[in-house]
Design a protein around this ligand. Structure first.
Ligand code: ATP
Length: 378
């Protein structure tokens, strides 16, 4: 199947003020006894969106999904689907299906019986069930395994059966709780693309829960970063990575260097941030006034490291190589600056021989552009 990535690039209903959200969490709180799992949370998801809920274990992601599916009711607040308040509507009457972490396939049933199960329960005619099951098997490329039992399949194949079963009833929304958690890294990467293509082909809205940021970044149109039952940021993967809104998000997604300091000076759109002995020039300080306590955050790949002092550059700092991690495709240098701060800088290993060999304890220079980092107030 041809990749459908191109279509995705055009898809951004959240930027259209006239677009109506398909799923809305409005000030939703969920308490278990006196523990607040979800705290006054509001969130909008659009039709046909691939939406990811990303957060550490226990942050409330699954609870959000379970409330949408109808397995839990909010303590307060509203959940709307296509404008309709879902309160009191039982799970089986919601146009929503959930694929669980454990897949929960019936072990005594064949692949096709597993896929047909929900359709049978709905009383669909036998001929229609057969047709739908065949269609689903083809979709997940398992037609030749129709008569096998789950234990005769690999983890990836079982995952695809669970997926076929979940979409067989043609729900409008598919909820996936850690859908790829049981797969090894390589299979997980392949399956991510299959999931994206499947979602496009079927034109469904997907809400996926994951604690794996790479998975969320690869698959989702937008990501909600959740911490302690609250939304920290909702944005596209690129925005989350390039323009994190807070220290928490910056630190949670990818690798980042954070320099705590103050806005020392302003000059038009630019500013100087002082952090320990460093003065950092940035063009990304917006309107933040002089004196504000901020963090300057910069990704390791935006920092250049070299053995010679760069001839030009706004932010050039001297240090020594403190640690080196060779990862094959890239090398990560930890450079200790004069004031003791350690900076991570990564460089791509484009050729086998490095032009500028740097070793432990060597003197090194780091440099970065004025627009390379972000200034965070939260
Ligand atoms: P994980 O990635 O580990 O599944 P999660 O972000 O999905 O985590 P939730 O399952 O939503 O987390 O749980 C959020 C919090 O609510 C946790 O601290 C959990 O212990 C608590 N919790 C969830 N369900 C219940 C329940 N039925 N009774 C009491 N506490 C609960």
């Amino acid at each position: 199947m041809k990749s459908l990535g191109n279509i995705r690039r055009e898809f951004a209903p959240w930027n259209n003020p006239d677009a109506k959200p398909y799923i809305q969490f409005k000030n939703v709180t969920k308490q278990f006894g006196d523990f607040t799992a979800v705290n006054n949370l509001s969130l909008s998801i659009y039709e046909r969106e691939f939406f990811a809920l990303l957060g550490a274990s226990g942050c409330g992601k699954s609870t959000l999904l379970r409330m949408l599916a109808g397995f839990e009711e909010p303590t307060s607040g509203q959940i709307l689907l296509d404008g309709q308040d879902l309160r009191g509507i039982p799970p089986y009457r919601r146009p929503v299906n959930m694929m669980f972490q454990s897949y929960a396939l019936f072990p005594h049933m064949t692949v096709e019986q597993n896929i047909a199960f929900g359709l049978k329960q709905d009383g669909m005619a036998k001929a229609d069930i057969e047709k739908r099951v065949a269609e689903m098997l083809k979709l997940v490329k398992l037609s030749q395994f129709a008569k096998r039992k789950p234990h005769q399949l690999s983890g990836g194949q079982r995952q695809r059966v669970a997926l076929a079963r979940a979409v067989a009833k043609r729900p409008k929304v598919l909820l996936l709780d850690e859908p790829l958690g049981a797969l090894d890294k390589k299979l997980r990467e392949e399956t991510q693309f299959e999931l994206m293509d499947l979602q496009q082909t079927l034109g469904l809205t997907f809400v996926v829960v994951t604690h794996d940021q790479e998975e969320a970044m690869t698959m989702a149109d937008r990501i909600a970063i959740i911490d302690k039952g609250e939304v920290m940021q909702v944005a596209t993967p690129a925005e989350v990575y390039e323009a994190p809104g807070s220290r928490f998000v910056a630190d949670f997604v990818g690798n980042i260097n954070t320099f705590e300091g103050k806005v020392a000076d302003r000059n038009g759109a630019g500013a100087t941030i002082s952090s320990a002995d460093l003065l950092i020039r940035t063009s990304n300080a917006g309107e933040i006034p002089v004196g504000t306590e901020v963090a300057f955050a910069i990704r390791p790949e935006k920092i250049k490291v070299s053995s010679k002092r760069p001839e030009t550059g706004d932010n050039v700092m001297e240090g020594e190589v403190y640690d080196i991690a060779y990862l094959g495709d890239m090398t990560i240098f930890h450079v200790k600056l004069g004031d003791g701060q350690v900076v991570k800088a990564s460089s791509l290993n484009a050729t086998r021989a490095t032009d500028d060999p740097l070793s432990w304890d060597d003197k090194a220079w780091i440099s970065f552009r004025q627009d390379a980092g972000v200034v965070l107030t939260r």
